[in-house]
Design a protein around this ligand. Structure first.
Ligand SMILES: *Cc1c(COP(=O)(O)O)cnc(C)c1O
Length: 363
């Protein structure tokens, strides 16, 4: 049993039924286990709305960042050049990875509170015809802003650029029509909106694109192409796979379908988020992101007063059964509340009650 609910963007609150699956040890060589991997790979394609003819799924050990790095090191050749579009820590992390790998790149940055602008990107791409790839974050979990990937991808595709999307904190919780958008690589991980536990991430990749990446990776363990070549045969992972986590993820996918798929999950998350935004604002907590750009995943709030002590607030709310998330901004004092995971409107109501009590507002 959980002692409190995590209002964080991953690891997040999972169901007992997802966690219970981990009580059994499984063998990586066993057909039954390999079949679990193959089923997961198929289901992820369905969630992404793509066909098996054009797309494939590769699962990769590690946290989400490992998998973003696997895509960058495998999909970008030394003659390529990436445009990184950033407005938060996760976009900046991709730039840091590009520097470490030695990838040619350029960066288009907007302030953290501002969604990226597609027409600026169009200008940039026209000015630099050497750009071959565009990489960006969908929901920047740093602030909770939802970037307009549809518009930016349309511009990138006009320029014939390959598109890499970090949809870590949105995939499974926000509908993304991957095939219509022609996304080439989409990255997410087990412990976000699919509501599994942490331990691996996955890439949904355009088969033609990934097929051209043999021998490109400057890493052995992060070679997405090699991982794919092994996994696609029968579901066997290269190296030890996180068996407990994989089994829990398979159960999480069953539960996503039972809930009604991505559309239903999006509806639940959006209801959690809009209720919380409304109630928080009424209590004097102003959101950092404008409503039009706010994701249904996580919200950043300014401290309500200069004397507000986040640590005391955090401890008091934890006593009431909810764990909040500190802010990640340097220019403003903020904290964050995630509303993804096995979190329902009744939890949000209890949370609001606890915050009201702490703030001394009449309940
Ligand atoms: C969670 C997350 C990641 C990956 O973070 P890890 O700590 O490596 O799992 C990457 N991008 C975004 C937008 C995220 O929310």
């Amino acid at each position: 049993m959980n002692r409190y609910k995590l209002l964080t963007p991953g690891p997040l609150t999972t169901t007992n039924t997802v966690r219970n699956v981990m009580n059994e040890d499984r063998c990586t060589w066993d057909d039954e286990y390999k079949q679990i991997t193959q089923t997961i790979r198929k289901q992820l394609l369905e969630i992404a709305g793509v066909t098996e003819e054009k797309y494939t799924t590769v699962l990769m050990q590690g946290s989400g960042s490992f998998v973003v790095e696997a895509v960058l090191t495998t999909a970008v050749q030394s003659s390529d050049k990436v445009l990184f579009i950033t407005n938060g820590a996760y976009g900046e992390r991709m730039v840091q990875m590009a520097n470490a790998i030695g990838i040619q790149h350029t960066q288009y940055e907007t302030p953290y509170g501002e969604a990226v602008n597609a027409s600026d990107i169009a200008t940039l791409l026209q000015q630099d015809p050497t750009i071959t790839h565009v990489a960006m974050v969908h929901c920047e979990t740093t602030t909770g802003i939802l970037n307009p990937i549809e518009e930016v991808i349309a511009v990138a595709k006009q320029h014939n650029a390959q598109v890499i999307i970090d949809a870590m904190s949105s995939f499974g919780g926000v509908p993304i029509d991957m095939e219509a958008l022609q996304i080439d690589y989409l990255v997410s991980s087990a412990n976000k909106c699919i509501q599994g536990v942490p331990g691996f991430g996955f890439v949904i990749a355009n088969i033609d694109r990934l097929s051209a990446c043999q021998g490109v990776a400057r890493s052995v363990s992060l070679d997405l192409y090699d991982q794919w070549q092994t996994m696609k045969v029968d579901g066997k992972w290269r190296f030890t796979s996180p068996t407990h986590v994989v089994a829990a993820f398979a159960q999480a996918l069953v539960e996503l379908e039972e809930e009604g798929g991505v559309a239903a999950r999006f509806t639940r998350y959006a209801a959690n988020n809009s209720y919380l935004r409304k109630e928080m604002q009424a209590m004097g907590f102003a959101p950092y992101i404008d409503e039009a750009d706010q994701s249904p995943i996580i919200t950043s709030y300014y401290y309500p007063t200069e004397s507000f002590e986040f640590t005391a607030f955090y401890e008091a709310i934890k006593q009431k059964g909810f764990v909040l998330y500190p802010g990640k901004l340097t220019d403003a004092d903020t904290f964050r509340i995630g509303n993804i995971g096995d979190i329902h409107l009744s939890d949000m109501e209890q949370l609001v009650g606890a915050i009201k009590e702490y703030m001394g507002v009449q309940v």
